[in-house]
Design a protein around this ligand. Structure first.
Ligand code: MG
Length: 261
């Protein structure tokens, strides 16, 4: 008797569940899909690279073989698929505005110097906005000057440095500042940095160019300019450098409908 009652209760519960599922499905069917009406161009197809290699639309700035994409390359030392900073900085022959930059670097295995004197280099976008390179592994300096800082403007959110001699990656998203016809900035320079895959600068808005000896300030410049790699007296190694220009994808917005009178 007891088992018959249990059985009846089970059947009733199942019937309630099925009804609930059907009701939910009907409600989903009744939903009207939202559409923005914006007509978007189809995003271009880009084939990703393997093992941090360049995607199909990247400009390769250094593949380990030569520094022909750079002014000053003759001053650096090429060895075993990497380049060692020496004598002078490098400057790209091509100019860039908004971009995504990948590069790999390693400070010397032999630990020499301290603070700003150990593994110092840097990436200068447009020759003005520096993402610092430094050996900041167990090497203290002022925080807005350590590795992955926006020099003298913003420390990295965390210290993601590997040990001296180990290869490290930077993936940097750079947005150039914009200026109006009177040379006043209308949009700041914005930088995002991933250091060894870790976000260390999150859409940081710069207050101007990064300088050693004066406060940050904007001075109007062209929309595109070369990228520099600093030589600061330390034999920092570089490899696998590529860049992608970034263009906003623009859709056509629908004309606003006139209200019926
Ligand atoms: Mg530097």
């Amino acid at each position: 008797m007891k088992s018959l009652r249990t059985c009846i209760l089970c059947v009733a519960a199942s019937a309630v569940s099925v009804t609930a599922v059907l009701l939910l499905r009907d409600r989903a069917d009744a939903q009207v899909e939202y559409k923005s009406g914006i007509v978007w161009p189809e995003p271009e197809i880009v084939t990703p690279g393997k093992d941090n290699g360049p995607p199909s639309d990247a400009v390769v700035l250094f593949d380990g073989k030569d520094l022909s994409q750079w002014k000053g390359g003759e001053n650096w030392i090429l060895k075993d698929g990497y380049a060692i900073a020496a004598k002078s900085g490098l400057s790209t022959k091509e100019s860039f505005g908004d971009c995504q930059l990948h590069l790999e670097f390693a400070s010397s295995e032999e630990v020499k110097g301290s603070g700003q004197g150990r593994g110092n280099s840097g990436i200068y976008f447009m020759g003005k906005y520096e993402v610092q390179i430094l050996d900041s592994y167990e090497n203290k300096t002022y925080f807005d000057g350590q590795c992955a800082s926006i020099y003298k403007q913003h420390p990295p959110l965390v210290n993601a440095c590997r040990k001296p001699g180990e290869w490290q990656t930077y993936d940097i998203i750079f947005e150039a500042p914009r200026f109006d016809s009177e040379k006043k900035p209308t949009r700041p320079c914005i930088i995002t940095v991933l250091h060894n895959g870790i976000v260390v600068q999150n859409h940081f808005e710069l207050t101007g160019g990064t300088y050693f000896d004066r406060p940050a300030a904007y001075v109007a410049h062209s929309p595109k300019a070369p990228i520099n790699i600093q030589f600061h007296g330390n034999p920092v190694k570089f490899r696998n450098i590529w860049i992608r220009e970034l263009k906003e994808i623009v859709g056509k917005k629908p004309e606003p409908k006139e209200e019926k009178k």
